[in-house]
Design a protein around this ligand. Structure first.
Ligand code: MN
Length: 286
């Protein structure tokens, strides 16, 4: 039986620092997709050579995991734990905010100086209540560690970042059941897939368009969310493109959010503001 489509959302267009961003979640019709809080798709955006510095200034996170999937270009992350890491197309930075981290992010200095294109997704993965105040950490996932699932002679390739897709396990360590995979598809795509048996399942289309289950057209900047009423989906396309697969088990815990803090109660948000003000999330010179 096919998993039916629950909702298809279209993106709000917004901006974060120097980046133009499409936001399919949260939107009015989809406040979150437990355990996912937010999805930002930046670019593709061109930076001209020597056009100045384009970074997102140091800022805190607590209570969730901001994860950056780079599709094109190169990204430089710096944080209050002392990490300074660069990743390239196809690679991922998985940040566990836990009790508090301060970081800055943006295109690499080299990309800003010589010019180039950038396209990435930042996904906010919620942490279970029991892990919201865990020790913060940073995982850098490079191409050599990421398994690639090839479907129908490369009509669809899925690079598994976390969880398990078709018996391939992603390298990211997660605190709950979270399946993520970066996909690319060709205009020949016509495939029936048995995707992860997670209750939560969704696909975000960065570019190109998908025909889902033979009847739903999902365009660039749209997120298709499935019901948990089957085991398979059918995907077809008439154009090449890229996608992000999101799966997981809902945490089913209350969400209290204020800016870069995602907790369970308003009191915990107040405490996060106090702790940030008091320097308890560390410091980062940029
Ligand atoms: Mn951030």
């Amino acid at each position: 039986m096919f998993r039916s489509v629950r909702i298809i959302t279209s993106s709000l267009l917004t901006g974060v620092g120097p980046l133009r961003v499409a936001q399919p979640m949260p939107v009015h019709a989809l406040r979150n997709l437990d355990p996912f809080i937010l999805l930002h798709h930046a670019g593709p955006q061109r930076f001209d050579a020597s056009g100045g510095v384009h970074r997102i200034d140091p800022h805190p996170h607590r209570g969730f995991e901001p994860v950056t999937f780079v599709y094109r270009g190169s990204v430089h992350h710096k944080d209050s734990l002392g990490n300074s890491g660069i990743i390239h197309g196809g690679e991922v930075q998985w940040i566990t905010g836990g009790s508090g981290i301060i970081h800055s992010e943006g295109p690499t200095e080299e990309l800003q100086q010589s010019g180039g294109e950038i396209e990435l997704i930042q996904l906010w993965v919620n942490l279970p209540a029991s892990d919201k105040m865990c020790v913060p950490s940073y995982q850098e996932l490079h191409n050599s560690t990421i398994p690639v699932v090839r479907i129908n002679d490369n009509q669809l390739t899925l690079r598994v970042i976390s969880g398990e897709v078709m018996s391939h396990k992603g390298p990211a360590k997660t605190r709950s059941s979270v399946t993520t995979a970066m996909g690319s598809f060709t205009s020949e795509l016509d495939a029936e897939l048995v995707l992860p048996g997670n209750e939560t399942l969704a696909l975000y289309v960065l570019n190109g368009a998908l025909i889902v289950n033979g009847e739903h057209r999902v365009e660039r900047h749209q997120l298709v969310v499935f019901n948990n009423d089957g085991t398979r989906i059918h995907l077809a396309s008439e154009s090449s493109g890229d996608l992000l697969l999101l799966g997981g088990e809902p945490l089913r815990e209350p969400i209290a959010q204020y800016g870069p803090f995602v907790m369970n109660t308003d009191d915990e948000i107040q405490q996060a503001l106090v702790d940030y003000r008091d320097g308890k999330m560390g410091t980062l010179e940029d």
